[in-house]
Design a protein around this ligand. Structure first.
Ligand code: ATP
Ligand code: MG
Length: 564
C-alpha cells in the first residue's frame, strides 16, 4: 500500500530535524550543523536521491550557518566514471541546491585514510589477513553461529605494518591479502566480525589513476570522510543501521577532532518503477530505454526531460516526509505535485494530437482572422498570444461523433460546439472516404456573432481545442505510460528488462501545434488545453517541434489501479 495524496503540504518536522534541533540546543559539536550528500559516481541520480538531497541540503539551509557538502564516495573505481560526476553535479544544482566551494571526493582522502589505517595497526586494532575471500566467508559464521578467528589475527604490529606497506607497494596480487579491523568474531552483528578495511585492487581510478593499488571499503572510508570534513550529522538510509556500530567503532579508535553522528531514515521507493542503480543500468544497457535521461526513467535527468520542475520534486520530497518506516509511495503523488505547480504557472497553448480536418464553409478561403488568447486564465501578467482562424482548421478526431448522446458534450452531426478562444461552429456534414467509410473531414459553418460570447438564448456547452490548418506546424508528441505494469517491479523474479511495459511510450508524429509552440524554448512545460502538460524535448528542431507529455490534466492512475 502506498501513501495517499496529501492536499496540504506536510509541515517540515520529522525525527531527524528534532534530533538536530536538540543537538544544536545542547551545543553538541559547538552547536554547528554540517551535513553531506555522498553519492557514489556509478550512475545517474534518481528520485530516491532527491529525497536525500532535499533532506541534507534542506536541513542545513534551515539553520543559520548550516552547511552541506557534496561528496563523491568514489572508493569503488571499477564502476565509477566522470560522466556520472558531471551529471550528479548538474542534477543537484538543477534541484536548486548549492555546495558552494565544498565539493569533495573520498579519493582526496586516500593518503589520510591510509595513514589512519597504519595508526589502527599501531593501536593493535587492525591486522593483515591472508585468508581468501572464500575462506573469509567460511570463517565469518552465520547469524546463529559465531565466526572463527583468522589464523593471522594475532600478528604483531610490526609484521602487520610491514605487510600493509607491501600491500600498498604492490608486492601481492589482487585478493591475496586484506586489512581487517580487529573487533569481535563472535559479535551478533556480522558487520563487527573483523570487517575488511582495505583490499588490493589493480584498477585505474577515475581521479587518482594508477597511484593506488589498495582501496578502502565503504565502511572504513565513509565515517572517516565524515570526520575529516567535520560533518556533524551523517544522514543515510536504513540499510546502514547495522553498520552504525562499526561507524562508531572506527571513530572511537581514531579520536579525530570532529565526531559525526550517523542517523538512518527509510529509502524512497516508488510504485511502477525501480530505484536501484544496478537495475537502472540494466535498463539503459539493454536498450529498453533510450538512456539515463529517457523520460520514462525515475532519474532526475529523466524527470527533467519529461517536464518535471525542481519545485515539483522538492514539493514531493516535502510531502513524503522523513521517517524510519519503509513504504512504497504512489506515483500519483509525484504527478500531483507537478500538476499543482504547473497549473499555477504553465503557459497555455493548443495542439491537436489526432487531427481531423474541419472546413468552415462560410469563411472565405483567402482570409486569416487574428484572434487573441490569454496565456494563462488567471494570470494576466503572462500576456496574450495570437491565434489564426482560417477556413480550414483541425480538431481532435475524438471530439466528433456522428450520433449525439447525453454525456457527449462535444461536436456531433447537426450540433454545435465552441472553439476554445474562438467561435461557435455547427457541423453540417461528415465527409467520408468512399472506400473505407472513414471520416476524412467535416463541413461546418461558424457563427460570426459568437466570438467568446454565447448568443442570447443559446447555450453551447461543449468547448473543444483546435488549430488552423494553414497556420499551424506539424510536430511530434510523445505520450508516456508507466515503465512497468506492475506496481512493485522490485518484487519480480528474473531480468527486470523483461517486464518493461511495451506501451510505456507512444510516439505521435502527425500532430498539429499552434505556431507559438514552434519557437518555444526550454522553460517550463506548456499546458496543451484539455490534454495535459507538455515539455519541449531536446530532440526538437526549429522546423520540427517535439514535445513530451509530462503529466495529464487529471489523475489517470485511478483507472490503472482498478485494473490491478
Ligand atoms: P542505489 O541502491 O540506488 O544504487 P545507493 O544508496 O547505492 O543507491 P548512493 O550513490 O550510494 O546510492 O547514494 C547516495 C545517497 O543517497 C546515500 O546517502 C543514500 O543513502 C541516498 N539514497 C540512495 N537511494 C535512496 C532512496 N531510494 N531514498 C532515499 N535516499 C537514497
Ligand atoms: Mg551506495
Amino acid at each position: 500500500m502506498g501513501i495517499s495524496i496529501m492536499t496540504e503540504l506536510a509541515p517540515t518536522v520529522d525525527f531527524i530535524r528534532d534530533i538536530i534541533s536538540r543537538d544544536l540546543g545542547n551545543l553538541v559539536n559547538d552547536g554547528r550543523l554540517h551535513t553531506r550528500f555522498p553519492p557514489e559516481p556509478n550512475g545517474y541520480l534518481h528520485i530516491g536521491h532527491a529525497k536525500s538531497i532535499c533532506l541534507n541540503f534542506g536541513v542545513a539551509a534551515e539553520h543559520p550557518g548550516g552547511q552541506c557538502n557534496l561528496r563523491f564516495d568514489d572508493t569503488n573505481p571499477e564502476k565509477e566514471d566522470v560522466e556520472y560526476v558531471d551529471s550528479i553535479q548538474e542534477d543537484v544544482r538543477w534541484l536548486g541546491f548549492t555546495w558552494e566551494d565544498r565539493c569533495f571526493y573520498a579519493s582526496d582522502y586516500f593518503s589520510q585514510l591510509y595513514q589512519l589505517a597504519e595508526k589502527l595497526i599501531e593501536l593493535g586494532k587492525a591486522y593483515v589477513c591472508d585468508l581468501s575471500s572464500v575462506q573469509m566467508r567460511e570463517y565469518r559464521g552465520t547469524l546463529t553461529e559465531p565466526g572463527q578467528e583468522s589464523p593471522n589475527r594475532n600478528r604483531g604490529v610490526a609484521e602487520n605494518l610491514d605487510l600493509f606497506r607491501r600491500m600498498r607497494a604492490g608486492e601481492f596480487p589482487d585478493g591475496a591479502k586484506v586489512l581487517r579491523a580487529k573487533i569481535d568474531m563472535a559479535s551478533p552483528n556480522m558487520n563487527m566480525r573483523d570487517p575488511t578495511l582495505y583490499r588490493i585492487r589493480r584498477v585505474i581510478h577515475h581521479r587518482t589513476g594508477g597511484e593506488w593499488l589498495i582501496y578502502p571499503t565503504y565502511d572504513y572510508a565513509h565515517g572517516l570522510s565524515d570526520a575529516l570534513e567535520c560533518i556533524t550529522h551523517s544522514l543515510c538510509t536504513l540499510e546502514f543501521e547495522d553498520h552504525r556500530p562499526l561507524y562508531d567503532w572506527i571513530l572511537d579508535q581514531l579520536q579525530l577532532p570532529c565526531r559525526p553522528r550517523q542517523i538512518e531514515f527509510s529509502r524512497l521507493s516508488l510504485e511502477y518503477t525501480v530505484m536501484s542503480k544496478r537495475k537502472l543500468h540494466a535498463l539503459v544497457q539493454s536498450g529498453a530505454v533510450a538512456g539515463w535521461d529517457d523520460p520514462r526513467m525515475p532519474t532526475i535527468s529523466g524527470l527533467r526531460r519529461r517536464g518535471f520542475t525542481p519545485e515539483s520534486i522538492r514539493d514531493f520530497c516535502r510531502c513524503i516526509g522523513i521517517s524510519k518506516s519503509p513504504n512504497r509511495v504512489e506515483y500519483a503523488l509525484l504527478e500531483n505535485c507537478l500538476r499543482t505547480d504547473l497549473e499555477a504557472r504553465a503557459p497555455r497553448a493548443m495542439a491537436v494530437l489526432h487531427p481531423l480536418k474541419v472546413i468552415i464553409e462560410n469563411f472565405p478561403a483567402d482570409r486569416v482572422e487574428e484572434l487573441t488568447a490569454a496565456n494563462h486564465p488567471q494570470n494576466e501578467a503572462m500576456g496574450m498570444r495570437t491565434l489564426y482562424f482560417t477556413q480550414e482548421i483541425f480538431i481532435e478526431q475524438d471530439d466528433f461523433r456522428e450520433v449525439a448522446s447525453k454525456e457527449y458534450k462535444r461536436l456531433v452531426l447537426g450540433g454545435e460546439v465552441r472553439l476554445r478562444n474562438g467561435y461557435v461552429i455547427r457541423c453540417e456534414e461528415a465527409v467520408k472516404d468512399p472506400i473505407s467509410g472513414e471520416i476524412v473531414a467535416l463541413r461546418c459553418v461558424y457563427d460570426p456573432a459568437t466570438l467568446n460570447v454565447n448568443p442570447v438564448g443559446r447555450k453551447v456547452k461543449g468547448v473543444i481545442h483546435w488549430v488552423s490548418a494553414t497556420r499551424s506546424v506539424v510536430g511530434e508528441v510523445r505520450l508516456y505510460a508507466p515503465l512497468f505494469t506492475v506496481s512493485d517491479p522490485d518484487g519480480l523474479k528474473g531480468e527486470i528488462v523483461e517486464y518493461v511495459n511495451p506501451e510505456s511510450i507512444q510516439v505521435l508524429t502527425n500532430c498539429r501545434l499552434e505556431p507559438s509552440l514552434a519557437s518555444a524554448n526550454g522553460g517550463i512545460p506548456f499546458q496543451f488545453e484539455r490534454l495535459g502538460y507538455f515539455h519541449r524535448d531536446r530532440e526538437a528542431r526549429p522546423d520540427y517541434p517535439v514535445f513530451n507529455r509530462a503529466v495529464s490534466l487529471r489523475d489517470a492512475w485511478a483507472k490503472i489501479e482498478q485494473r490491478r
